[in-house]
Ligand binder design. Structure first.
Ligand code: F6R
Length: 283
């Protein structure tokens, strides 16, 4: 992917007044950006044939992290996109290629009001689609506590969990149709740390497929903030489908704005995008 001259540095400068918490990181990054050759970008895009291929390639990258660092911290996501990735990782575990016994995980988000017994909760999703099939220790897996009614407490508790894990080695992300990552919805500013979010109508619409009806989709969720996501050593953004093509293009090449939360990834020095042909059809 190529950008026009000076855009990396100038975008940082432009956006910083609106994202004060990122000022420090931005100064550092703007310095790095200035040293880069014009038009160069360190975001890598891996073009995959289809959803299955995307799942395998993303799983290879996660698997490599686990092999290189058996006690790594993985930041994990839910939704449709990672299902193929988790299936591929499970296969590799069953083939004895991967050992998760020392791996720790920290998930992006959880619906407020849903607990682990609720099949629509993300805790349930993670257990059913990944954790119970591999040898990760349940006590090493973390999600926000959806059953904590006090939002301030739930968020502070989760921030403490995130802080206790050390740096996330690889953060897996999906991409929402409105540009959300985690449940960081379009906003006037980049949300920093874990917070309680009102889900956007587009997100409720997209996620109703997992529920009996749109009315049953919880209206709020606890999500890791953008600052926490950006602290990961490496970010792996997985995207599939033509319905994501426009927002993917906007997020990676458009202006950095909290109205497209995923555009914050342009700040990160080590992003790998694993996407299928359909999702990359506008590149
Ligand atoms: C899920 C999450 C969300 C999803 C996004 C895309 O933990 O954080 O940001 O990644 O809504 O969802 P899918 O993959 O279902 O299209």
């Amino acid at each position: 992917m190529r950008r026009g001259p000076q855009t990396v540095a100038s975008r940082f400068a432009e956006r910083m007044e609106q994202t004060p918490y990122l000022k420090h990181a931005a100064k550092k990054k703007a310095g790095q950006a200035a040293k880069r050759t014009e038009g160069e970008n360190d975001m890598r895009i891996i073009r995959c044939r289809n959803y299955e291929d995307m799942g395998k390639k993303a799983a290879n990258l996660i698997g490599a992290t686990v092999i290189r660092k058996p006690d790594c911290v993985l930041g994990l996501a839910t939704g449709s996109t990672p299902l193929g990735i988790y299936a591929s990782l499970i296969e590799r575990y069953q083939d004895k290629d991967l050992d998760f016994s020392a791996v720790k995980s920290v998930n992006l988000d959880e619906y407020k009001g849903l607990g682990e017994d609720n099949p629509q909760s993300y805790r349930y999703y993670m257990k059913e689609n990944f954790f119970r099939h591999i040898n990760i220790r349940p006590e090493n897996t973390h999600l926000p506590d959806g059953l904590e009614p006090d939002s301030a407490k739930a968020c502070a508790d989760y921030d403490a969990v995130i802080a206790s894990m050390g740096q996330v080695d690889l953060q897996l992300l999906g991409l929402g149709h409105d540009g959300h990552i985690g449940f960081n919805e379009p906003n006037q500013y980049f949300d920093k740390e874990t917070h309680c979010v009102d889900l956007a109508p587009m997100t409720i619409e997209a996620n109703k497929r997992f529920f009996a009806s749109a009315d049953e989709v919880p209206r709020q969720a606890y999500t890791m903030g953008i600052a926490a996501i950006l602290r990961a050593r490496c970010v792996l953004l997985a995207v599939s489908g033509r319905d994501k093509a426009k927002i993917l293009k906007e997020a990676l090449t458009g202006p950095i704005t909290p109205e497209v939360p995923a555009s914050a990834l342009q700040f990160h020095p080590n992003v790998v995008v694993v996407a299928d042909e359909d999702a990359l059809s506008l590149f």
